[in-house]
Design a protein around this ligand. Structure first.
Ligand code: AMP
Length: 218
């Protein structure tokens, strides 16, 4: 199956995507992770992307779309995938439709993760990530066993530069201006499944899995 997961920064889409990837053996394509890997590796794409990411802005569509097209052509995507953080604009969604249509394919479902603004701000400010494996933690809800050290790989656990409060405001504004309209875009296609992640991630997961079942996808 081919899925998109949509939600504001800090809504928990990465965590839900990781759960689905493992349970249903999907490729997990996080554009944010690909950009961060490029930034770390000092590639030309990374250098360009960083100038936008640090301001809480979106990386231009042309760069992002060709990066995703390239990623979707890799073999592990044949087993099905979950797109996490892409598309983020209507233009990206249209480009995705076109690149899939060329192969006679389409997206099966869009998982829309719902969380209130205030909850998001609290979660993002407490979020910490492992520099090495990307595992996500939260100082309040999911602390590491040893402060600053990843439970799974022993890497350094740090705050992302763009999780600092001044950038979070900008990212939320970007989300509402550019990405939220995608809910309507996909709702018109009748492929949205909602998951309420305000309280318990278990509730969110079971709503998503119910929706996938109802569509015969699992
Ligand atoms: P994320 O880890 O998904 O929150 O992404 C981190 C940052 O990477 C975002 O705030 C954007 O600056 C950039 N980014 C990730 N995905 C996209 C996308 N699909 N289009 C444009 N910029 C993106």
């Amino acid at each position: 199956m081919k899925l998109i997961i949509l939600g504001a920064p800090g809504s928990g889409k990465g965590t839900s995507a990781t759960y689905l990837r493992e349970k249903y053996n999907l490729a997990h394509i996080s554009t944010g992770d690909i950009f961060r890997a490029n930034i770390k590796g000092g590639t030309p794409l990374g250098v360009e992307a960083k100038s936008y990411i640090d301001k809480g802005l979106l990386v231009p569509d042309s760069l992002t779309v060709s990066m995703v097209e390239d990623r979707l052509s890799q073999d592990d995507c044949n087993k099905g995938y979950i797109l996490d953080g892409f598309p983020r604009t209507i233009a990206q969604a249209q480009a995705l439709d076109e690149m899939l249509a060329k192969k006679g394919e389409s997206i099966d479902a869009v998982l829309s993760i719902i969380v209130d603004d205030e909850t998001i701000k609290g979660r993002v400010s407490g979020r910490r990530v492992c520099e090495k494996c990307g595992e996500s933690y939260n100082v309040t809800f999911r602390p590491t066993k040893v402060e600053g050290v990843c439970d799974s790989c022993g890497g350094n656990v740090v705050q992302r530069d763009d999780d600092k409060p001044e950038t979070v405001e900008a990212r939320l504004k970007t989300y509402y201006a550019n990405t939220q309209p995608l809910i309507d875009f996909y709702d018109k296609k009748g492929i949205i499944i909602e998951g309420d992640n305000n309280k318990d991630p278990e509730i969110c997961r079971s709503q998503i899995e119910e929706g996938l079942k109802a569509r015969g996808l699992i």
